[in-house]
Design a protein around this ligand. Structure first.
Ligand code: NAP
Length: 350
């Protein structure tokens, strides 16, 4: 059987593409990713980066409210029972928002497979995809919405304290009580690091930016913002050597190492935020689509989701290193489905 369209990815881009494709009666097949230890460790489990966050206050249409009844009536009880739906008023959480999108795509007839696509062949038509469990699938059109993952340094202590003080998203986690009025650490010297550090000054008593060089990579305006903020202290020429903490309190501090003389010193902190860039999830493409210099899938036309291979469309963070928001990903997911539908129609396949 040849599919009309296969969608790879289960973040806002993938689900939005699926909702539009399903409503266009394309009967999409969506691979949401496999539940494996490797995916857990690198943050690429089904439902994507949003599933790793807490409350989402900036997704239009979800003001804070008592969502329990809505969530338990909208989401199939089989899945809702495993969700940790808060009592009382709260903003929708990342996992809740993703379950809602998944449900909506399912309700319109999206077929969902809990597996990873590990290999594709774009040289043939229809395209051929192979999954982790060894299955093969053929499709006329393909939407790649595999997202990106935050980079971590790879320290064992860093993964040990993930979700207990170590985060790669200040906007997602910064307002948590554990970070309030306490010193915090941001690692990195780019625009993201400055943005995260500036954001965290709303909550923290002080933010130490740990940068491995003596010059920031961030743009001039962002540099001025960091240097001019009395709550931000830049620890030049230092790397993060170890995250310190214990079972009961989570993160309690960090050990830094000087890049100049290798000396170490410790700083107290209740949180460590990594801002050392993201990696788009494109490994399975093995060079078959044009990528940008930064490794993101290249959109070949302005305001379109076409890629370098006709019939392959890209949506969300895998093709966007600039906005990287849930709502912009959802928007490009919708665009990809519309672009795919039009392309299929032009081919006489729909
Ligand atoms: P980035 O520009 O690649 O910066 C990454 C930073 O992390 C660099 O300072 C780098 O140090 C440091 N780093 C990387 N690997 C490291 C490691 N293993 N150990 C220690 N430090 C490490 O990434 P980004 O800040 O996420 O920005 C990505 C893109 O988005 C950029 O084009 C940026 O302009 C854009 N962006 C814009 C805004 C804005 O304008 N508001 C906000 C966020 C992002 P080195 O400097 O030594 O390489």
């Amino acid at each position: 059987m040849v599919e009309n369209v296969i969608i790879i990815g289960s973040g806002p881009a993938g689900w939005s593409a699926a909702i539009y494709a399903a409503r266009a009666e394309l009967k999409p097949l969506l691979f949401e990713g496999a539940i494996t230890e490797e995916n857990r460790l690198q943050g690429t489990l089904p439902l994507g980066q949003l599933a790793l966050t807490t409350e989402v206050e900036n997704y239009a249409g979800f003001p804070t409210g008592d969502l329990k009844q809505f969530l338990t009536t909208a989401i199939d009880s089989e899945r809702a029972q495993y969700m940790n739906i808060h009592e009382g008023r709260h903003a929708v959480t990342g996992p809740e928002l993703m379950e809602l999108m998944r449900q909506q795509a399912y309700n319109f007839g999206t077929r969902i497979v809990t597996d990873d696509v590990v290999e594709i062949d774009l040289s043939k038509r229809p395209f051929v995809l192979r999954t982790l469990d060894g299955g093969t699938h053929q499709t006329h059109a393909l939407i790649v919405a595999t997202g990106a993952r935050a980079n971590y340094l790879g320290l064992p202590s860093e993964s040990a304290f993930k979700n207990r003080g170590v985060s790669a998203c200040a906007v997602c986690d910064g307002a948590l009580p554990r970070f309030r009025n306490k010193p915090l650490i941001v690692v990195g010297g780019g625009d993201s690091a400055v943005e995260e550090a500036t954001y965290l000054t709303k909550y923290a008593s002080k933010v130490h930016m740990i940068h491995r060089r003596d010059k920031l990579r961030a743009s001039m305006i962002m540099q001025e913002r960091a240097l001019g903020n009395p709550k931000i202290q830049i620890e030049w020429n230092h790397t993060l050597d170890e995250v310190l903490g214990n079972e009961k309190d989570g993160v309690t501090g960090v050990r830094l190492r000087s890049a100049v003389n290798n000396a170490t010193r410790e700083l107290p902190a209740s949180g460590v935020f990594l801002a050392i860039g993201h990696t788009p999830n494109t490994d399975f493409l093995k060079g078959q689509l044009d990528l940008t210099e930064k490794g993101y899938i290249r959109w070949t036309k302005p305001f379109r989701t076409e890629t370098s291979v006709e019939g392959v469309f890209a949506a969300g963070d895998v093709a966007d290193d600039n906005y990287r928001q849930a709502i912009t990903s959802a928007g490009t997911g919708c665009m990809a489905a519309l672009d795919a539908e039009r392309w299929l129609a032009a081919q006489g396949n729909h």
